[in-house]
Design a protein around this ligand. Sequence first.
Ligand code: ARG
Length: 579
Amino acid sequence: MNIKHKIIEIIKKKIIKKKYFHFKNIILQKNVNPLYKHDYQINNLINISKKNKQPIQKNAKKIVKILKKSKIFKKIEISGKIFINIYIKKKWIEKKINKFFENKNIYKRNNKKKIKVILDYSSPNIAKEMHVGHLRSTIIGDSMSRIMDFLGYHVIRHNHIGDWGLQFGMIISYLKMKKKLKNIKKFSIKNLEKAYLKSKKICKENKKFYKKSKKITKKLQYKNKYYYSIWKKIVLISIKENNKIYRLLNIKLNNKNIMGESSYKKMLPDIIKDLLKKKIAIKKSKSIIVPLKNYKNRLGKMMAVIIQKKNKSFLYSTIDLACIKYRCKFLNAKKIFYYVDSRQSQYFKQIFMIAKKAKYITKNINVKHHMFGMMLSKTNKPFQTRSGNTIKLILLIKKSLKKSEKIIKIKNPTISNKKLSKLSKIIGIGALKYADLSKNRKKNYIFNWKKMINFEGNTSLYIQYAFSRIQSILKKSNIQLKKLKNSIKIYKKYEKNICIKILQFEETIKEAAKHGYPHLICKYLYELSTIFSKFYEKYSILNLKKKKKIFSRLKISFLTAKILKKGLKLLGIKTISNL
Ligand code: ARG
């Protein structure tokens, strides 16, 4: 059920028929506040008038006239001269919510024309432990992959791990120097990271070492067998470690989703040839570059992207160009979303531009960089250790688990250790994810433990609590709802609001999918939980004389819980029935 779509269709049909004017969009104005009487509002009349150059009043009257003809609405009114308030008939909502209750699926997906969408997320660099900077890409990408899957897309998850750069040459030459290459099999991720950091330091101080590292990197890239076998071992150690984090965070990524930088190695020489042939790239002092006419640096000089170095080795950019070609031409993707932080926004703009010029990305393919801001500490600084190092992701996760254990123990002091560990995983990981997903991804946000683990406000605990409360009500009633013949009836305004909100699930998910905004789902779940809680505080569900009323309210409660559970699932958050 998609009410918004329905309203838009009603207006569009008439408008297209009579060619009244451009119609852009209906802006949703459904509020949690039950004092709001209207159900939807059109609030972009000014925009419409700018477009068709007709007075606002004239446009408004025309829309009202169209809407009034439909049987769905109780009342349509112009408000404050620039809004149109829409009131939906109670009967219509009752009909729709009962139908929704009967349906087995929340959303009927159209599987016939499966459209391929590739999501590039998590994508950490190899030989280093994952740190807090990887959290956002990992969980926003994961949630988006669930959302697109729910909507019926053919979802392809790509973990574009950084496994083909200079860091390998550096690590290998360092281990060679220390005569530790033979031990590589026994290395832990911590050993690898140490070697990486040390080699990085030496590279800065010692030109010879740096040159050697570059040489080894090139040899590796041109498939030197010995280096290749070491490289493989390093990659395996890292992947194993990352998988542990994915399991803990309940992320849908495994070895099958790994399509790292090295996957495109065979394509790289051809990319260079192709771009040279198409006159997109040029040779410049032995390197190959793509000049960008529209980009100027601070000194006003034209910018360029290097795609092959003097020593013939390839770069991050060359790999991304090959990768786009592979995704578009070979996999036939129709949408590609990148979950990478906003510092790479200019980079992606340039890469997409080159890929379009080279016709790897064609008109019907939607390629987007779903960028995100940084996680900041209380003092508005990047979230780091005191000494300025990045915080390991595993530490953040462990701290969330500890904090949630504490909370659970306060609520339930006699809980067994086994249960405590299971519950704290659901609560702690859920809270961590929700705190992040509930923010608009484009902005930086301040990470706050207190706000994260809180039963008040737009938090996962608030929603989990509403959910478990409904579970208790349903359990207490001891009624098998699916077998009930009685239908849902709306007695109070609150019930109407809850039912409309439930019916708005689909339009919310579609909106989140369109913009890559899981926070819209969080907002929605928070609002649904809030109206339900308000309703429950004011009215009884089980203590009523009329059986019919009890059944109706139980059904509404059941649907609310079902939606809360599904919504959280799309965010990658598990639910528990009793807190
Ligand atoms: N490994 C990169 C980094 O840590 C992110 C890769 C993102 N994906 C891509 N196709 N470039 O910055």
